[in-house]
Design a protein around this ligand. Structure first.
Ligand code: ADP
Ligand code: MG
Length: 317
């Protein structure tokens, strides 16, 4: 199968299943053409996943595609952007039809779920690597950034944390139970918080998606905003499957494990008070921005050096 047959067979159908009114020209030409309405800003980002680094070797192709598009779309969610389209740069060791069929299926499902039209891409031979560039739009000037957190803002997170990280223990489990399956689903099928991000335009003072763990990613907000934060460990949102499977390791996973693709959002108290209940109910307040440095906890525990700092936490939990 030649390169063009491969593209026609596995990727053209994904492009054809759904377009986008702003995507004037998609797959099949030298470039795609996207029209950006005059009142919108273009928001874009690229994300690469390498086999054996970002996902396991011999991982199911459906999941590989879903996770790659979800990770890229999550960056749009963090900016409050509305998804428009994406390009796919795929490096493959060989043209394995079963793999490509599964990958195409996972890609089509994720593209349709996230509202992203396939605009084009590039196909090359080499170690399995997936690079996805996503394009979205926000009303002019309304992109959510990491840099706006202010002293006294509330620190909030969406969903529950630590589930995807806990799932790593069960990736090869032959017969996972209900709790393990719930955790595995968070790893295999992450759901970027696109609607929530959009609803937080004009509300969040800073926003980031949690791909590398809460401490690391909140740390980026703090650094860019020149502030610190104090968190209340008791308030970390932990799912029931996580509590049951990870026991006392649960808070540590929620703080430091990645791949959850939830949002960490800072909001002023005044705007929080005015926020509709449907949005508030999707966020948990876990602490407050202050004039200190880095992340601290209400009981005085200090985390200042990434994962090794968790020994401090471990001895206090
Ligand atoms: P060019 O040589 O002009 O860069 P290519 O031969 O690489 O074009 O690709 C031909 C067409 O197929 C282009 O429109 C490109 O966007 C599309 N394409 C190539 N690989 C992929 C892919 N993995 N997914 C989606 N579209 C692809
Ligand atoms: Mg060309």
């Amino acid at each position: 199968m030649g390169e063009f047959d491969l593209i026609r067979r596995y990727f053209l159908p994904v492009a054809e299943q759904r377009g986008h009114p702003d995507l004037l020209l998609a797959l099949g030409d030298d470039c795609a053409i996207q029209r950006v309405p005059a009142d919108q800003d273009l928001v874009f980002s690229v994300d690469t996943q390498v086999e054996g680094v970002h996902f396991p070797r011999h991982y199911r192709p459906e999941y590989t595609a879903w996770r790659a598009l979800a990770a890229a779309a999550s960056d749009l969610a963090a900016m409050g952007a509305t998804p428009v389209c994406f390009t796919l740069a795929l490096t493959l060791p060989e043209a394995d039809e079963n793999w490509l069929e599964g990958f195409g299926r996972g890609l089509a499902q994720a593209a349709s779920q996230f509202g992203l039209a396939l605009a084009g891409g590039d196909t090359t031979r080499g170690p399995l690597t997936i690079s996805i560039q996503v394009h979205g739009t926000v009303p002019r000037g309304q992109g959510l950034m990491r840099s706006g957190a202010q002293v006294n803002d509330l620190v909030t997170v969406s969903g529950t944390l630590g589930d995807a990280g806990a799932a790593l223990d069960y990736l090869d489990a032959p017969t996972p139970g209900d709790d393990e399956r719930a955790l595995l689903s968070r790893y295999h099928h992450p759901l970027p918080r696109l609607e929530l991000g959009q609803a937080l335009r004009g509300v969040a003072s800073a926003c980031i998606d949690i791909s590398d763990g809460l401490i690391a990613d909140l740390g980026h907000i703090l650094e860019r905003s020149g502030v610190g934060a104090t968190l209340n460990l008791e308030r970390l949102p932990l799912s029931r499957p996580l509590r049951r499977c990870a026991g006392e390791r649960a808070p540590q996973l929620a703080l430091s494990s990645g791949d959850d693709y939830e949002l960490c959002v800072t909001v002023s108290e005044a705007l929080w008070a005015k926020l509709p209940e449907v949005i508030k109910s999707r966020l948990t307040v876990i602490g407050r921005i202050d004039g200190g440095e880095g992340v601290r906890f209400e009981d005085g525990v200090v985390l200042n050096s990434g994962p090794p700092g968790f020994n401090h936490f471990g001895s206090n939990s």
